[in-house]
Design a protein around this ligand. Sequence first.
Ligand code: NAP
Length: 286
Amino acid sequence: MQVVPRRLSFFVMIFFSDSLLAGKVALITGGGTGLGLAMARAFGAVGAKLVIASRSSEHVEEGAETLRAAGIEILPLVCDVRDPDQVETMVGTAVGHFGRVDVLVNNAAGNFLVRAEDLSPGGWKAVTRIVLDGSWFCSQAVYRCMKEQGAGNILNILATYATGAGTLTVHSAAAKAGVLALTRTLAVEWADAGIRVNAIAPGPVDTQGAGSRLWASDEARASIAEKLPMGRFGTEAEIAVVATFLVSDAASYVTGTMLPVDGGLTLGKGHLASIEAVEHLLRPRD
Ligand code: NAP
């Protein structure tokens, strides 16, 4: 039977030492909900101190509450990543509080389904400003601190359509592809400052945010699962565990890469008919 890891603390405990990120400070944008909160919980479970930031004080306060209950030291901050001044203040406050920032996860995003021909200039701007501008402002803001420390890690949360095609999400696909370019360019340009820059492209994970905006029905969910070679959605734990690896010293020689964590979605199911449909054509073993 296939194992589907869901219980994050159990999952992290099995694979990593509980001091893997001891002494490190991680700043996660959009860290109060969904995948951001799962990554915060995973990093905290292996010793990191956390800063989580997003627009809604409710999101970050509620997220912080659940992490504190797990014994994690955490600073929740309100910040709109579209505004470079707010981003500077967020990073300054994090450094003032914890003395350093070792890890930045550019996870904040907005998305909605729309036919490309119907997308308004405002809709295009809303998504590209959060995803592309926001990731850039945050990366540039942590650079100075990481350079001074002589080390740092930036992890960008993309989507599989950063390299493939994202039907009904041209705004998000273009923005995520831009962040992939940031990932590669900054990995090369900032390598001599000791900064690694990587990305994860998650497949579908049924978070409250993504679910409500991108599928929102059992029928839509089933039609997505049908396209996946592994035939199922990922779990928050499966993304968080890979993120933990990438921002840790276990990945010390990994930079400029995008790792799909997608149940095979990026590869697709192959171009021929399903095996069941061509069973009669299969040659038996000699
Ligand atoms: P989510 O819970 O809706 O996460 C989005 C987060 O971004 C929220 O916490 C939101 O908080 C924050 N945010 C939005 N606009 C912001 C802004 N201007 N400034 C600061 N924070 C902002 O959805 P999720 O599924 O966990 O998605 C997390 C990441 O995974 C995103 O980058 C998404 O593109 C990526 N991803 C998810 C899936 C999936 O299937 N779940 C698949 C591929 C990629 P506020 O509303 O409080 O600002």
